[in-house]
Write a protein that binds this ligand. Structure first.
Ligand SMILES: [Zn+2]
Length: 396
Protein backbone atom coordinates (compact mmCIF):
# COMPACT_ATOMS: atom_id res chain seq x y z
CA UNK A 1 0.00 0.00 0.00
CA UNK A 2 2.83 2.40 0.80
CA UNK A 3 5.02 3.77 -1.90
CA UNK A 4 7.94 6.06 -1.32
CA UNK A 5 7.78 8.28 1.74
CA UNK A 6 9.56 11.54 2.53
CA UNK A 7 10.52 12.43 6.08
CA UNK A 8 9.45 16.00 6.81
CA UNK A 9 10.44 16.65 10.41
CA UNK A 10 10.58 15.14 13.87
CA UNK A 11 8.28 16.09 16.72
CA UNK A 12 8.56 14.65 20.27
CA UNK A 13 10.99 12.16 18.78
CA UNK A 14 8.55 10.86 16.15
CA UNK A 15 9.44 11.15 12.50
CA UNK A 16 6.61 12.70 10.48
CA UNK A 17 6.62 11.35 6.93
CA UNK A 18 4.38 11.81 3.94
CA UNK A 19 3.60 9.25 1.32
CA UNK A 20 3.70 10.49 -2.28
CA UNK A 21 -0.03 9.83 -2.55
CA UNK A 22 -0.55 12.55 0.00
CA UNK A 23 0.82 15.22 -2.32
CA UNK A 24 -1.91 14.32 -4.83
CA UNK A 25 -4.54 14.59 -2.10
CA UNK A 26 -3.25 17.99 -1.01
CA UNK A 27 -3.36 19.21 -4.60
CA UNK A 28 -6.94 17.92 -4.95
CA UNK A 29 -7.97 19.57 -1.68
CA UNK A 30 -6.46 22.92 -2.66
CA UNK A 31 -7.96 22.71 -6.13
CA UNK A 32 -11.47 21.84 -5.00
CA UNK A 33 -11.46 24.42 -2.19
CA UNK A 34 -9.93 27.29 -4.18
CA UNK A 35 -11.82 26.47 -7.36
CA UNK A 36 -15.22 25.46 -5.97
CA UNK A 37 -16.04 25.48 -2.29
CA UNK A 38 -14.65 28.84 -1.17
CA UNK A 39 -15.80 30.88 -4.22
CA UNK A 40 -19.32 29.49 -3.70
CA UNK A 41 -19.43 30.15 0.05
CA UNK A 42 -17.60 33.46 0.11
CA UNK A 43 -18.42 35.37 -3.04
CA UNK A 44 -16.67 38.40 -4.42
CA UNK A 45 -13.06 37.77 -3.46
CA UNK A 46 -10.03 38.01 -5.78
CA UNK A 47 -9.06 34.57 -7.20
CA UNK A 48 -5.64 34.79 -5.54
CA UNK A 49 -7.40 35.01 -2.19
CA UNK A 50 -9.21 31.73 -2.86
CA UNK A 51 -5.90 30.10 -3.69
CA UNK A 52 -4.30 31.35 -0.47
CA UNK A 53 -7.41 30.20 1.43
CA UNK A 54 -7.12 26.75 -0.17
CA UNK A 55 -3.44 26.47 0.71
CA UNK A 56 -4.05 27.63 4.29
CA UNK A 57 -6.91 25.16 4.68
CA UNK A 58 -4.76 22.29 3.34
CA UNK A 59 -2.03 23.27 5.79
CA UNK A 60 -4.63 23.26 8.57
CA UNK A 61 -5.77 19.79 7.49
CA UNK A 62 -2.17 18.57 7.50
CA UNK A 63 -1.52 19.99 10.98
CA UNK A 64 -4.81 18.56 12.28
CA UNK A 65 -3.94 15.05 11.11
CA UNK A 66 -0.44 15.30 12.57
CA UNK A 67 -1.88 16.37 15.96
CA UNK A 68 -4.41 13.51 15.79
CA UNK A 69 -1.70 10.91 15.09
CA UNK A 70 0.67 12.49 17.58
CA UNK A 71 -1.89 11.98 20.34
CA UNK A 72 -2.16 8.28 19.45
CA UNK A 73 1.64 8.04 19.46
CA UNK A 74 2.15 9.82 22.77
CA UNK A 75 -0.32 7.54 24.57
CA UNK A 76 1.27 4.50 22.88
CA UNK A 77 4.69 5.57 24.06
CA UNK A 78 3.40 5.95 27.61
CA UNK A 79 2.47 2.27 27.44
CA UNK A 80 5.92 1.37 26.23
CA UNK A 81 4.98 0.54 22.65
CA UNK A 82 7.73 1.16 20.12
CA UNK A 83 6.42 3.74 17.65
CA UNK A 84 8.07 3.97 14.28
CA UNK A 85 6.66 7.34 13.34
CA UNK A 86 3.73 9.01 11.68
CA UNK A 87 3.04 8.64 7.99
CA UNK A 88 0.46 10.74 6.17
CA UNK A 89 -0.93 9.03 3.13
CA UNK A 90 -3.99 8.90 0.95
CA UNK A 91 -6.76 8.79 3.55
CA UNK A 92 -5.22 10.53 6.50
CA UNK A 93 -2.51 9.35 8.78
CA UNK A 94 -1.12 6.26 10.32
CA UNK A 95 0.76 6.08 13.56
CA UNK A 96 2.98 3.10 12.96
CA UNK A 97 2.99 0.75 15.87
CA UNK A 98 5.74 -1.81 16.23
CA UNK A 99 3.73 -4.08 18.49
CA UNK A 100 0.28 -4.89 19.81
CA UNK A 101 -0.93 -2.87 22.79
CA UNK A 102 -0.21 -4.60 26.13
CA UNK A 103 -3.76 -4.48 27.50
CA UNK A 104 -7.34 -3.60 26.51
CA UNK A 105 -7.08 -0.44 28.59
CA UNK A 106 -3.94 0.68 26.77
CA UNK A 107 -5.58 0.00 23.41
CA UNK A 108 -8.73 1.89 24.40
CA UNK A 109 -6.84 4.97 25.58
CA UNK A 110 -4.55 4.90 22.55
CA UNK A 111 -7.42 4.58 20.13
CA UNK A 112 -9.50 7.27 21.81
CA UNK A 113 -6.65 9.80 22.02
CA UNK A 114 -6.73 10.66 18.31
CA UNK A 115 -10.46 11.36 17.92
CA UNK A 116 -10.42 13.20 21.28
CA UNK A 117 -7.74 15.51 19.88
CA UNK A 118 -9.82 16.02 16.73
CA UNK A 119 -12.91 16.90 18.82
CA UNK A 120 -10.87 19.54 20.66
CA UNK A 121 -9.45 20.91 17.37
CA UNK A 122 -12.94 20.97 15.86
CA UNK A 123 -14.22 23.03 18.82
CA UNK A 124 -11.22 25.36 18.84
CA UNK A 125 -11.40 26.16 15.12
CA UNK A 126 -15.18 26.53 14.99
CA UNK A 127 -14.98 28.76 18.08
CA UNK A 128 -12.22 30.84 16.49
CA UNK A 129 -14.26 31.23 13.30
CA UNK A 130 -17.27 32.42 15.34
CA UNK A 131 -15.11 34.95 17.18
CA UNK A 132 -13.52 36.08 13.93
CA UNK A 133 -16.96 36.41 12.32
CA UNK A 134 -18.41 38.35 15.27
CA UNK A 135 -15.40 40.65 15.43
CA UNK A 136 -15.75 41.44 11.75
CA UNK A 137 -12.50 39.71 10.79
CA UNK A 138 -11.72 39.16 7.11
CA UNK A 139 -14.13 36.77 5.39
CA UNK A 140 -11.21 34.69 4.11
CA UNK A 141 -9.83 34.07 7.62
CA UNK A 142 -13.25 33.21 9.07
CA UNK A 143 -13.90 30.85 6.16
CA UNK A 144 -10.63 28.96 6.50
CA UNK A 145 -11.02 28.60 10.28
CA UNK A 146 -14.55 27.28 9.81
CA UNK A 147 -13.46 24.76 7.18
CA UNK A 148 -10.61 23.44 9.38
CA UNK A 149 -13.10 23.05 12.25
CA UNK A 150 -15.51 21.25 9.96
CA UNK A 151 -12.88 18.90 8.53
CA UNK A 152 -11.80 17.92 12.05
CA UNK A 153 -15.42 16.98 12.69
CA UNK A 154 -15.31 14.80 9.56
CA UNK A 155 -12.10 13.17 10.85
CA UNK A 156 -13.85 12.35 14.15
CA UNK A 157 -16.85 10.77 12.44
CA UNK A 158 -14.77 8.82 9.91
CA UNK A 159 -12.31 7.51 12.49
CA UNK A 160 -15.05 6.46 14.89
CA UNK A 161 -16.53 4.00 12.39
CA UNK A 162 -16.36 0.84 14.54
CA UNK A 163 -14.35 -1.26 12.07
CA UNK A 164 -10.78 -2.32 12.77
CA UNK A 165 -8.23 -0.81 12.06
CA UNK A 166 -9.99 2.57 12.29
CA UNK A 167 -9.91 4.15 15.75
CA UNK A 168 -13.53 3.17 16.40
CA UNK A 169 -12.66 -0.40 15.44
CA UNK A 170 -9.77 -0.36 17.91
CA UNK A 171 -12.14 0.84 20.62
CA UNK A 172 -14.48 -2.02 19.69
CA UNK A 173 -11.57 -4.47 19.75
CA UNK A 174 -10.46 -3.22 23.18
CA UNK A 175 -13.99 -3.71 24.57
CA UNK A 176 -14.29 -7.22 23.08
CA UNK A 177 -10.79 -8.10 24.23
CA UNK A 178 -11.60 -6.98 27.79
CA UNK A 179 -14.90 -8.83 27.71
CA UNK A 180 -13.78 -12.15 26.22
CA UNK A 181 -10.07 -12.03 27.10
CA UNK A 182 -9.05 -13.10 23.61
CA UNK A 183 -7.08 -10.66 21.46
CA UNK A 184 -7.25 -12.79 18.35
CA UNK A 185 -11.01 -13.31 18.54
CA UNK A 186 -11.56 -9.61 19.30
CA UNK A 187 -9.45 -8.64 16.29
CA UNK A 188 -11.35 -11.07 14.08
CA UNK A 189 -14.74 -9.63 15.06
CA UNK A 190 -13.59 -6.01 14.82
CA UNK A 191 -11.99 -6.71 11.43
CA UNK A 192 -15.20 -8.28 10.15
CA UNK A 193 -17.16 -5.22 11.20
CA UNK A 194 -14.55 -3.17 9.34
CA UNK A 195 -14.97 -5.33 6.24
CA UNK A 196 -18.76 -4.90 6.41
CA UNK A 197 -18.41 -1.12 6.71
CA UNK A 198 -16.05 -1.16 3.77
CA UNK A 199 -18.64 -3.09 1.75
CA UNK A 200 -21.37 -0.62 2.76
CA UNK A 201 -19.20 2.28 1.59
CA UNK A 202 -18.50 0.54 -1.72
CA UNK A 203 -22.26 -0.01 -2.11
CA UNK A 204 -22.93 3.68 -1.40
CA UNK A 205 -20.26 4.54 -3.95
CA UNK A 206 -21.96 2.43 -6.60
CA UNK A 207 -25.31 4.09 -5.78
CA UNK A 208 -23.60 7.46 -6.20
CA UNK A 209 -22.15 6.38 -9.54
CA UNK A 210 -25.63 5.36 -10.71
CA UNK A 211 -27.01 8.70 -9.51
CA UNK A 212 -24.47 10.36 -11.81
CA UNK A 213 -22.20 11.59 -9.06
CA UNK A 214 -19.02 9.92 -10.34
CA UNK A 215 -16.42 11.82 -8.26
CA UNK A 216 -18.23 11.30 -4.97
CA UNK A 217 -18.97 7.70 -5.94
CA UNK A 218 -15.34 6.92 -6.72
CA UNK A 219 -14.28 8.41 -3.40
CA UNK A 220 -16.67 6.18 -1.46
CA UNK A 221 -15.53 3.12 -3.39
CA UNK A 222 -11.84 3.91 -2.84
CA UNK A 223 -12.30 4.48 0.88
CA UNK A 224 -14.42 1.32 1.16
CA UNK A 225 -11.77 -0.76 -0.58
CA UNK A 226 -9.08 0.74 1.61
CA UNK A 227 -10.97 -0.13 4.81
CA UNK A 228 -11.62 -3.68 3.63
CA UNK A 229 -7.96 -4.21 2.75
CA UNK A 230 -6.73 -2.72 6.01
CA UNK A 231 -9.16 -4.83 8.04
CA UNK A 232 -7.88 -8.02 6.44
CA UNK A 233 -4.25 -7.05 6.88
CA UNK A 234 -4.76 -6.00 10.50
CA UNK A 235 -6.15 -9.40 11.37
CA UNK A 236 -3.36 -11.26 9.60
CA UNK A 237 -0.76 -9.19 11.43
CA UNK A 238 -2.18 -10.29 14.75
CA UNK A 239 -2.12 -13.92 13.64
CA UNK A 240 1.47 -13.72 12.49
CA UNK A 241 2.61 -11.92 15.62
CA UNK A 242 0.93 -14.39 17.92
CA UNK A 243 2.39 -17.36 16.08
CA UNK A 244 5.97 -16.07 15.99
CA UNK A 245 6.23 -14.06 19.20
CA UNK A 246 8.76 -15.44 21.65
CA UNK A 247 10.28 -17.82 19.09
CA UNK A 248 14.01 -17.19 18.65
CA UNK A 249 15.49 -16.87 15.18
CA UNK A 250 17.77 -19.82 16.00
CA UNK A 251 14.77 -22.15 15.79
CA UNK A 252 14.06 -21.40 12.16
CA UNK A 253 17.49 -20.81 10.71
CA UNK A 254 19.37 -23.24 8.55
CA UNK A 255 22.46 -24.00 10.68
CA UNK A 256 24.40 -25.34 7.70
CA UNK A 257 23.91 -22.65 5.09
CA UNK A 258 25.65 -22.59 1.75
CA UNK A 259 28.70 -20.36 2.09
CA UNK A 260 31.26 -19.15 -0.38
CA UNK A 261 35.03 -19.07 0.22
CA UNK A 262 36.62 -15.72 -0.72
CA UNK A 263 39.31 -17.29 -2.91
CA UNK A 264 37.11 -18.68 -5.69
CA UNK A 265 36.61 -16.72 -8.90
CA UNK A 266 33.45 -14.89 -9.88
CA UNK A 267 33.04 -17.39 -12.69
CA UNK A 268 33.00 -20.28 -10.21
CA UNK A 269 30.63 -18.37 -7.97
CA UNK A 270 28.15 -17.97 -10.80
CA UNK A 271 28.30 -21.50 -12.17
CA UNK A 272 28.71 -23.47 -8.94
CA UNK A 273 26.62 -21.36 -6.57
CA UNK A 274 24.26 -18.86 -8.18
CA UNK A 275 23.04 -21.19 -10.95
CA UNK A 276 23.08 -24.16 -8.61
CA UNK A 277 21.23 -22.80 -5.56
CA UNK A 278 19.32 -19.93 -7.17
CA UNK A 279 19.97 -17.48 -4.33
CA UNK A 280 20.73 -13.85 -4.98
CA UNK A 281 22.90 -13.43 -1.92
CA UNK A 282 25.66 -15.63 -0.46
CA UNK A 283 27.61 -15.21 2.76
CA UNK A 284 31.36 -15.19 2.23
CA UNK A 285 33.01 -17.17 5.02
CA UNK A 286 36.67 -17.70 5.79
CA UNK A 287 37.69 -19.99 8.69
CA UNK A 288 34.20 -19.83 10.15
CA UNK A 289 34.20 -16.04 10.26
CA UNK A 290 31.78 -14.04 8.19
CA UNK A 291 33.85 -11.92 5.84
CA UNK A 292 30.95 -10.28 4.02
CA UNK A 293 28.24 -10.99 1.48
CA UNK A 294 28.19 -11.17 -2.24
CA UNK A 295 25.02 -10.51 -4.21
CA UNK A 296 24.07 -10.86 -7.85
CA UNK A 297 23.99 -7.07 -8.00
CA UNK A 298 27.75 -6.95 -7.33
CA UNK A 299 28.41 -9.72 -9.84
CA UNK A 300 26.59 -7.76 -12.53
CA UNK A 301 28.96 -4.84 -12.05
CA UNK A 302 31.94 -6.97 -13.10
CA UNK A 303 32.32 -7.25 -16.89
CA UNK A 304 31.78 -10.81 -18.11
CA UNK A 305 35.35 -10.99 -19.49
CA UNK A 306 36.83 -10.49 -16.02
CA UNK A 307 34.83 -13.21 -14.27
CA UNK A 308 37.64 -15.78 -14.38
CA UNK A 309 40.26 -13.31 -13.13
CA UNK A 310 38.44 -11.66 -10.24
CA UNK A 311 38.10 -13.34 -6.83
CA UNK A 312 34.90 -13.29 -4.81
CA UNK A 313 36.80 -11.79 -1.88
CA UNK A 314 37.34 -8.56 -3.87
CA UNK A 315 33.63 -8.22 -4.55
CA UNK A 316 32.24 -9.06 -1.14
CA UNK A 317 30.92 -6.16 0.85
CA UNK A 318 30.58 -5.99 4.61
CA UNK A 319 27.31 -7.26 5.99
CA UNK A 320 24.97 -4.58 7.22
CA UNK A 321 22.48 -4.49 10.09
CA UNK A 322 19.83 -4.76 7.37
CA UNK A 323 20.75 -8.32 6.45
CA UNK A 324 22.12 -9.70 9.70
CA UNK A 325 20.38 -10.69 12.91
CA UNK A 326 21.32 -12.28 16.24
CA UNK A 327 20.38 -15.93 16.88
CA UNK A 328 18.37 -15.03 19.96
CA UNK A 329 16.40 -12.24 18.32
CA UNK A 330 12.63 -12.65 18.16
CA UNK A 331 11.25 -14.12 14.95
CA UNK A 332 8.70 -11.27 14.80
CA UNK A 333 11.61 -8.83 14.68
CA UNK A 334 13.22 -10.88 11.90
CA UNK A 335 10.05 -10.82 9.85
CA UNK A 336 9.59 -7.08 10.21
CA UNK A 337 13.27 -6.56 9.34
CA UNK A 338 12.80 -8.56 6.12
CA UNK A 339 9.66 -6.61 5.41
CA UNK A 340 11.28 -3.25 5.97
CA UNK A 341 14.37 -3.89 3.86
CA UNK A 342 12.76 -6.14 1.25
CA UNK A 343 15.16 -9.02 1.80
CA UNK A 344 14.13 -12.63 2.13
CA UNK A 345 17.31 -14.01 3.70
CA UNK A 346 19.01 -12.84 6.87
CA UNK A 347 22.41 -13.95 8.07
CA UNK A 348 22.34 -15.09 11.66
CA UNK A 349 25.55 -13.80 13.22
CA UNK A 350 26.97 -13.95 16.69
CA UNK A 351 30.42 -12.58 17.54
CA UNK A 352 31.32 -12.27 13.89
CA UNK A 353 30.65 -15.96 13.23
CA UNK A 354 27.96 -17.08 10.86
CA UNK A 355 25.61 -19.32 12.85
CA UNK A 356 23.13 -19.88 10.05
CA UNK A 357 20.85 -18.29 7.51
CA UNK A 358 17.22 -17.46 8.12
CA UNK A 359 14.97 -17.47 5.09
CA UNK A 360 11.52 -16.01 4.69
CA UNK A 361 10.30 -19.25 3.16
CA UNK A 362 11.18 -21.27 6.28
CA UNK A 363 9.51 -18.72 8.55
CA UNK A 364 6.36 -18.73 6.46
CA UNK A 365 6.28 -22.52 6.23
CA UNK A 366 6.34 -22.73 10.02
CA UNK A 367 3.71 -20.03 10.22
CA UNK A 368 1.25 -21.72 7.93
CA UNK A 369 1.73 -25.08 9.69
CA UNK A 370 1.19 -23.53 13.09
CA UNK A 371 -1.90 -21.68 11.96
CA UNK A 372 -3.26 -24.77 10.26
CA UNK A 373 -2.81 -26.91 13.38
CA UNK A 374 -3.67 -24.40 16.10
CA UNK A 375 -5.44 -21.54 14.46
CA UNK A 376 -8.74 -23.13 13.44
CA UNK A 377 -10.25 -20.91 10.81
CA UNK A 378 -7.25 -18.66 11.25
CA UNK A 379 -5.48 -20.71 8.62
CA UNK A 380 -7.36 -18.77 5.98
CA UNK A 381 -5.23 -15.72 6.65
CA UNK A 382 -1.89 -17.43 6.58
CA UNK A 383 -1.53 -18.04 2.90
CA UNK A 384 -2.72 -14.67 1.80
CA UNK A 385 -0.11 -13.09 4.01
CA UNK A 386 2.78 -14.91 2.39
CA UNK A 387 4.55 -12.24 0.39
CA UNK A 388 5.75 -13.87 -2.78
CA UNK A 389 9.28 -12.86 -3.53
CA UNK A 390 8.40 -12.58 -7.19
CA UNK A 391 5.69 -10.00 -6.93
CA UNK A 392 7.15 -7.94 -4.12
CA UNK A 393 10.55 -7.72 -5.74
CA UNK A 394 12.17 -9.06 -2.62
CA UNK A 395 15.68 -10.37 -2.96
CA UNK A 396 16.23 -14.06 -2.56
ZN1 LIG B 1 -6.77 7.97 14.64
Amino acid sequence: MFGKTITLFRVFGFAVRIDWSWIIIVALVVWSLAGGVFPRLYEGLYWGSYLVMGLAAALGLFASIVVHELCHSLVARRYGLPMKGITLFLFGGIAEMGDEPPSPKAELLMAAAGPAASVVLCGVFLGASLISGAAGGPMAVTGVLRWIGYINGVLVVFNLIPGFPLDGGRVLRAILWRWKGDLRGATRTASRVGAVFGAVLIGLGIVNLLLLNPIGGLWWILIGMFIRGAAKMGYQQVLVRQALQGEPVRRFMNPQPVTVPPAISVDELVSDFVYHYHYKMFPVVEDGRLAGCVTTRQIKQVPRAQWTRRAVGELAVGCSPENTIAPDADAVAALSQMNQHHVSRLMVVSDGRLEGVLSLKDLLRFLSLKLELEGGEAGEGAKANVPDSEDTGWEE
